[in-house]
Design a binder for this molecule. Structure first.
Ligand SMILES: [Ca+2]
Ligand SMILES: [Ca+2]
Ligand SMILES: [Ca+2]
Ligand SMILES: [Ca+2]
Length: 724
């Protein structure tokens, strides 16, 4: 087994510590060994074609090595040639920004930008990383003598990266890869070749030497997008995101790409299941699996159900690779123990950022010798997404730390203040991606999805691989993060949102938007009546199942035994829920025609208050209409609403007309200002209004099915930092 001692990894301050104030952490030294996770990929070099097919490159002998010895180079030379070795030999280098070791394989990407000699080493930029290589490992090539040079082009509105694997041959002679980088940005034109060795800033051929000068100077002044760097969405989408495709949709999408006998048949569903359990975006996992297994056709996948080449040690990959009873087992092992527990875990030495990335940052740094491994998986994710309606790309807001290789090591904290504990720091890898959960900052911080799985108090990294999207978030200073993708995802709400009930299944949604549920539980029986309230005053609403006059209260959102059972009133009573006395706990009110029997404790016995109000046929809503902390009634007659702010009979305090007589109406605090307002429902459309008056809805969206039973509640406890 070829392994390599990692040099001590020290956070390099680069003289910027003072400038970055308290948000820079000093990393600890560590020493590790590493090898590619899928060394089979070094025996069988693969590329990707225009159709997203993964094919084996057969021309893998170094042959005649193009270029000159760096030590005897007279002058000139713009390119570094890494194709100087046989396929099983990696080239190791030092990352000039982080000080860590890196590795690449010239058979997967031949050319790099030549930045000159430094302390006897060849300085280069390749796949984003600025590195220092031993002069005996590489040659220097003049731009004019290379028959193929890696570049970007716009084809059919797509940004395509053509990667050369052999500069002594043309693309037609040597194949290389054709990597879809997504929708081409508007500043790039069809018919022009653009050059970039970081994938973010593009240069024309005329500016090739200016590009090298910019790289040496640490700026991108001559790029066509000098102030607007490009970030390939799926290459920089954190793993701690969710695909919008359902299990059955991802199955169909992948199946449509397969040839008979592929091991990926019907595996999309497990990628979605494991995503929801281990926090590993299913579309990204599908992209990795497709690349690592040649869409489920590789020998290791066929003979060992190993679609990721796990433990295919390079001394004898086909022999040593792990065997799995089923492909499903392999997906679980990979998502839980490789991605979640290691590559996305900032306390694990393999972590370099929780996204596919390239050689500068992301999983690609330590995972694969192929410098375009992350871009390849992203390319296949693009191809799946593009063929299926594009539901995923552009959905999340992505922020980047360091738009240039600066080496900032950013603290990530429990709350939105520098007084709060540091849970982890990003490390000094540039271009690190953060999933920004809410584009609105709090006290100068973004709420971000945590890369590492967290303990329940969000104060430390938890081991084991399980991940909970709603509860595992942290805060990072917005001063060090630039938003490069403004997503369409609606932020998590800590006020009222919806849950859909189907039989005894409850699908909870944590934002006021459509799409897949965030949590699902089974509780009680399909015929049960269900009530929602905050029975214990902890700020979170939970369920109560009613059978006749017996009420089964539950204080957590999960199945299992009730926390409290009481008998109250009669089986035929209509029951309302509200906080009638403003103590923070919801209790019941029994209605019999126009008589209301209010109870301020969860117990049987006499009512605390009895009033007569409205007519027996009135529809009644409950809410805190004036924000005084106490719930009161609102009587509805067709499209007229009579709001009352005290619990007594007599005249309404306010009357408005809203919506149509046939509308279903819900009440809730949709915007978190502690005042309840109305939401009109028409089939599966919801029209939310944040003030008590008529007129246009503040927010409209489709959710679930017209026949669904809908519940309203605050399902998540509000974190301290979210008091805006
Ligand atoms: Ca509660
Ligand atoms: Ca109460
Ligand atoms: Ca009130
Ligand atoms: Ca409100």
């Amino acid at each position: 087994m070829k392994t390599r001692k990692m040099a001590a990894v020290l956070s390099v301050c680069l003289g910027l510590c003072g400038l970055f104030g308290g948000e820079i952490s000093v990393g600890a030294a560590e020493e590790k060994t590493f090898t590619g996770e899928n060394a089979w990929a070094q025996e069988h070099i693969t590329g990707i074609d225009e159709e997203g097919n993964v094919y084996e490159i057969e021309d893998t002998e170094p042959g005649e090595i193009l270029g000159q010895n760096p030590l005897t180079l007279a002058e000139g030379g713009q390119l570094v040639n890494f194709r100087t070795k046989t396929i099983s030999e990696n080239t190791y280098y030092t990352d000039a920004v982080t000080g860590g070791d890196g590795y690449t394989n010239g058979q997967y990407g031949a050319d790099a930008a030549y930045l000159g000699m430094e302390n006897g080493k060849v300085k280069f930029m390749l796949s984003g990383v600025v590195g220092l290589a031993d002069p005996t490992d590489v040659t220097i090539v003049n731009l004019e003598e290379a028959k193929s040079v890696s570049h970007y082009e716009v084809t059919g509105g797509r940004l395509i990266h053509r990667v050369t694997v052999n500069m002594s041959k043309t693309f037609a002679e040597s194949y290389g890869s054709y990597l879809d980088n997504g929708d081409a940005p508007s500043y790039l034109q069809e018919g022009v070749n653009y050059y970039s060795y970081d994938g973010h800033y593009f240069y024309t051929y005329e500016n090739f030497s200016n590009m090298l000068a910019d790289y040496r100077a640490g700026n991108r002044d001559h790029a066509v997008n000098a102030s607007n760097p490009y970030f390939n969405y799926f290459q920089y989408l954190p793993f701690r995101s969710k695909s919008n495709y359902s299990a059955s949709e991802l199955n169909s999408m992948i199946n449509a790409r397969l040839t008979a006998g592929s091991k990926l048949q019907d595996m999309g569903q497990y990628m979605v299941e494991d995503q929801n359990q281990f926090g590993t975006n299913a579309l990204l996992i599908a992209g990795i699996a497709a690349n690592e297994s040649g869409w489920g056709t590789s020998t290791i996948s066929q003979t060992k159900n190993n679609i990721f080449g796990i433990h295919a040690e390079d001394s004898n990959p086909e022999e040593l690779a792990s065997t799995f009873a089923t492909v499903q087992d392999c997906i679980e092992e990979y998502t839980k123990n490789f991605i979640s527990a290691q590559y996305t875990n900032p306390e694990n030495w393999k972590y370099s950022g929780s996204f596919l990335g390239n050689k500068a940052s992301g999983m690609n740094v330590r995972y694969a010798s192929d410098p375009y491994w992350g871009e390849k998986a992203a390319s296949l994710a693009w191809s799946l997404d593009r063929a299926s309606g594009g539901k995923d790309h552009g959905y999340y807001t992505i922020g980047i730390k360091d738009l240039l290789p600066q080496g900032t090591d950013l603290n990530v904290r429990t709350e939105a203040t520098t007084n709060s504990g540091i849970v982890y720091s990003s490390g000094s890898w540039p271009y690190q991606a953060f999933l920004i959960m809410d584009p609105q900052t709090i006290n100068g911080f973004y709420r971000v999805q945590s890369d590492g799985a967290l303990n329940s108090s969000r104060t430390a990294i938890a081991k084991g691989g399980s991940y909970n999207y709603a509860n595992m978030f942290l805060y990072a200073s917005a001063s060090y993060i630039d938003v490069v993708v403004e997503g369409t995802a609606v932020p998590i709400s800590y006020a009222d949102t919806f849950a859909v009930r189907r039989g005894n299944q409850y699908f909870f949604k944590y934002s006021l938007s459509g799409g897949e549920a965030d949590a699902l539980i089974a509780y009680g029986r399909p015929e049960d009546e269900v009530l929602v309230g905050d029975w214990d005053g902890d700020g979170v609403d939970t369920l109560c199942v009613r059978r006749g006059n017996i009420y089964y209260f539950k204080n957590t959102i999960n199945g299992g035994e009730a926390d409290r059972v009481i008998a109250y009133g009669r089986p035929e009573d209509e029951v309302l829920v509200g906080d009638w006395d403003g103590d923070g706990r919801d209790t019941l009110c029994v209605r019999r025609d126009s008589m209301y029997y209010f109870k301020n404790t969860i117990s049987g016995g006499e009512a605390d208050r009895v009033i007569a109000y409205g007519h027996p046929e009135d529809e009644v809503l409950v809410g805190d209409w004036d924000g005084d902390g106490k719930d009161t009634l609102c009587v509805r007659r067709n499209s007229l609403y009579y709001f009352k702010n005290e619990i007594d009979g007599g005249e309404a305090d306010r009357v408005i007309a809203y919506g149509r007589a046939g509308d279903q109406v819900l009440s809730g605090d949709w915007d978190g200002d502690e005042v309840d307002t109305l939401c009109v429902r028409r089939d599966s459309m919801y029209y939310i209004k944040n003030t008590i008056d008529g007129g246009e809805a503040d927010r409209t969206f489709a959710y679930g099915k017209a026949e669904d039973t809908i519940l309203v509640g605050t399902w998540l406890e509000k974190p301290a930092s979210e008091n805006r």
